[in-house]
Ligand binder design. Sequence first.
Ligand code: MRU
Length: 346
Amino acid sequence: MPIQAISWSPSGAVRIIDQRALPEAEITRDLESAESVAEAIRQLQVRGAPLIGIAAAMGLVAGTRDLRTAPRKIFLPRVAQLSDLLANARPTAVNLRWALHRMAGVAQTTPGDGAAVWERLQAEAMAIWEEDRAMCRRIGEHGLTILADGANVLTHCNTGALATGGIGTALAPIYLAHEQGRKVHVFVDETRPLLQGSRLTMWELVHAGISCTLITDGAPATLMRQAKVDVVLVGADRICANGDFANKIGTYGLAVLARHHGVPFYCAAPWSTVDVTLADGDLIPIEQRSPAEVTLIAGRKVAPDGAIALNPAFDVTPARYATGFITDRGIVQPPFSDGKERESLP
Ligand code: MRU
């Protein structure tokens, strides 16, 4: 696996690569508490829908470690309290609540005292991570079927090993194509305002020796008009039952461009990102982040004092713009249901 964005420290803390410092520095941080994990998620030290789900599950384990000897009636309320705290770190990526909902279910259904429940929670957090690693691989394998040898792919934000527990989602077919010696070239949107494309995706692809070109967010239109893009691959933070999906701001614009120029446009995501409790994209909570992320770049003012800035972190792409959804279950089309009556996530 190219890069590991998260792990356990020897003392049982959640060890992350602080992604804010990339590509200049590879800094690891040991997060001892659920509070510090929630703060790391809020500040995008750790980010990407699947990875923040994994980090939150591990944060719950780290945050209750010291309570292992407590009786059940003390331990369970603490799990619920820390789960709420972690769930409110960011609103859009459904993986965060999906993972915590699963952990809370395990806590409730595991008999015994704090020690017994804590052991199960640790095992469940690892299961969530392992499953994500396996889903990334399967997404890669299914995605390979739409990736011609020599393809020029355009991607947005970061959807690789820095955003998941494995090789990624939209980047997974690219990694597997490279692994198999197939030719692939990637155009990478810089992805303002926090530059996940230039800082993180380029770092991953250069690290892996994969041919890639950094572009500004304004360049895709002209590259498509020049027929230099064969396929667009993006990730997702939440996919609704009807197929509308949220992803990094700028994704919807890419979808419209791809449709206009007849370029196939795929969304790649694990099934844990599908939220069948939401009928359509208008219901997805969109995170609004600080305007300072727009008016400052790396601490330098790029707008005058007093400038008003808007900073929605995600947008919604209607299902009709997607050629298909590359998931661990195959390349699928909406509507989505998991066949199970699912109470809505908190
Ligand atoms: O704000 P971020 O960096 O967490 O946004 C991440 C994205 O939009 C990704 O495309 C998405 O989470 C999928 S990651 C596999």
